[in-house]
Design a protein around this ligand. Structure first.
Ligand SMILES: Nc1nc2c(ncn2[C@@H]2O[C@H](COP(=O)(O)OP(=O)(O)OP(=O)(O)O)[C@@H](O)[C@H]2O)c(=O)[nH]1
Length: 179
């Protein structure tokens, strides 16, 4: 069975402080749509059969972090638990602050031979086999530690794609990305 054929869910990370942006990045308008809605549409278009937000609730199917401000790995763990309860063993993890990513950008992750992958230098987005989540993983871990310990394959991408995957953390980056 190819990776493409294995059903997967999506976890959209919506927590964090948005300090550099100065406003909740999930609720920012991108071409008439909230970032969180754009990323949810992306996840569905990429084939996710269930789409969850993890962190801050914006009215979509949602899981809370294990503790507020626990860090993004807490969101991954909470989302993974929820997807496993639906019988889903794979997750595509997306960041709400990267709303211009395209399905084509994600294709290498989704069709990677290994059960999980990230792009070089970017811990999110990641495609993850939930069975590969280290049992000792904790909410406070940096995402990079999760990537290393889960043994995710590292894929490369070109600069244009990387700019979309990196997303926007500041108002200036948002302006640049929306052009
Ligand atoms: N669920 C969850 N997601 C988080 C958490 N911290 C950050 N994220 C998400 O992870 C992605 C990358 O976040 P960062 O840009 O590193 O941090 P941020 O808190 O959003 O922004 P800054 O305060 O400017 O650093 C974004 O999609 C955030 O919504 C967290 O504690 N829980």
């Amino acid at each position: 069975m190819t990776h493409d054929a294995v059903p997967f869910g999506a976890i959209i990370l919506t927590g964090g402080a948005s300090r550099r942006m100065g406003a909740d990045k999930a609720a920012l308008d991108w071409d008439g749509q909230r970032a969180v809605d754009r990323v949810a549409a992306l996840a569905r278009a990429a084939g996710a059969v269930r789409v969850l937000t993890a962190g801050r609730d914006h009215g979509l199917e949602h899981v809370d972090d294990p503790a507020p401000g626990a860090g993004p790995v807490g969101g991954v763990l909470a989302g993974a638990r929820a997807l496993a309860a639906y019988g889903l063993g794979r997750a595509l993890v997306l960041a709400v602050d990267a709303p211009t990513v395209t399905v084509e950008d994600l294709q290498p992750l989704l069709s990677a031979a290994q059960p999980g992958a990230v792009y070089d230098g970017l811990p999110v987005p990641m495609a993850l086999a939930l069975a590969a989540l280290p049992a000792e993983a904790e909410a406070g871990w940096p995402l990079r530690r999760l990537v290393e310990r889960a043994g995710l394959a590292v894929l490369t991408c070109d600069e244009t794609v990387r700019a979309r995957l990196r997303g926007a953390n500041t108002p200036e980056e948002r302006d640049r990305l929306s052009r």
